[in-house]
Write a new protein. Structure first.
Length: 387
């Protein structure tokens, strides 16, 4: 038995060694050769795919609950964020990008799984030299912009983009998107299912979204220094399974601010929306209770503000004071239905790709806002690594 096992191991090692010898010439094959493969079944080997890159981030938290009283002093370590991004530039004008996130399935589950956050085929230079076509599981352009500018989902339970935080827009949806860039900004048109990537679309209606970003005193958002920006968006769709006069689903969005590497930066965002109550009750605005308003149209509004002050100790280490607040009224005219949250804290950039943050986060609700959510507060210490 031992002799058979040893023979098997020698055979495996020999095969691996032989495979490495045979694989060495393939690493020198130009990418153009792979594109000339006579059969689609003969897909190129990984060594022949050029311009492949990856990046990601990892966050580890220690959190102590102060409110509600039933959870006071409950504390735990957690890993709320582990993301990988993969991009392959298959040819000069098209490629594939994937985003994969590992995390708990929900707030009460200790089970971690990998979830596809986005994944799409992109094509450049479709009509002009500065346009792009995306097809697949797409990032919402409004949420993508805010995350790229601020990274505001980095820290704090209540740190997400306003419309994602309160579940008014899905971060990722399935569809097609066209982006056109110009000297001082970009605009985008999207056609998507409308229900989000993780919800099956069983209806016949689709959602559309127009998105505009302007950087009048600088170039695109890829530049980090002194950027004033103004953004507007409009998302429109219709719900299935409700009366036509109640099937409205629209959001009007506006945002402005200035981003600086050092000194004072600020950002403000606001929205107004219309939705069928029967489709959003118990889901948006931290599970708002709208059971008594069934069969009506909810007119919502909300706003958020984000303020930071950054100062640098040396070429790498940087301190940042962070203040953020938001509020949402999910049904205008109901004074007891509202939610607001605040975050305040200090971020320290210990290394170029390593950040530490200490934050206090709170959320308050109207007296009759929700059956499941109550006022909450916590302190958190977060360690964030970008790689």
């Amino acid at each position: 038995m031992k002799r058979n096992t040893m023979s098997f191991l020698i055979l495996i090692v020999g095969m691996i060694w032989l495979g490495q010898i045979q694989a060495q010439p393939q690493a020198q094959v130009p990418k153009s050769v792979a594109s000339q493969t006579p059969s689609l079944q003969n897909s190129p080997q990984p060594e022949t795919i050029k311009n492949f890159r990856y990046w990601g981030d990892l966050q580890i938290d220690y959190k102590n609950e102060l409110q509600p009283s039933s959870q006071k002093n409950h504390n735990a370590f957690s890993l709320p964020l582990l993301r990988f991004y993969l991009q392959s530039q298959i040819e000069s004008d098209f490629g594939v990008q994937l985003g994969i996130q590992f995390g708990p399935l929900d707030s009460s589950s200790g089970e971690y799984r990998g979830l596809l956050k986005h994944g799409y085929l992109y094509m450049n230079n479709v009509f002009t030299e500065k346009d792009e076509l995306r097809y697949g599981a797409l990032l919402n352009p409004w949420i993508e912009m805010q995350e790229a500018l601020w990274g505001i989902q980095d820290y704090s339970t209540y740190g997400d983009v306003l419309l994602k935080r309160y579940d008014y827009l899905p971060r990722v949806d399935l569809g097609v998107q066209y982006i056109s860039r110009f000297e001082a900004g970009l605009w985008a048109l999207s056609l998507v299912n409308g229900e989000g990537m993780n919800t099956a679309d069983t209806g016949v209606k689709k959602d559309g979204q127009f998105h505009l970003e302007l950087y009048p005193f600088s170039s695109l958002r890829s530049q980090n220094e002194g950027r004033f920006f103004l953004a507007m968006g409009y998302a429109y769709g219709a719900y299935d399974g409700v009366a036509e006069n109640l099937a409205i689903k629209d959001k009007t969005l506006v945002s402005l601010g200035i981003r600086q590497n050092l000194g004072l930066s600020f950002w403000a965002e606001a929205f107004q929306g219309k939705d069928a109550v029967d489709k959003i009750a118990g889901r948006v605005s931290d599970a708002v209770d709208l059971s008594a308003q069934g069969g009506t149209l909810a007119k919502s509004e909300g706003a958020a503000g984000y303020l930071t002050y950054s100062f640098q100790r040396d070429s790498v280490r940087k301190w940042q004071v962070v203040l953020k607040g938001d509020w949402v009224t999910p049904y205008k005219g109901l004074n007891a239905k509202w939610v607001r949250s605040q975050s305040a804290g200090l971020v320290y950039q210990l290394r170029e790709r390593l950040q530490l943050a200490l934050l206090n986060s709170r959320a308050q609700y109207g007296e009759n806002h929700s059956l499941s959510h109550r006022e909450s507060e916590n302190w958190s210490f977060s360690t964030r690594v970008n790689f």
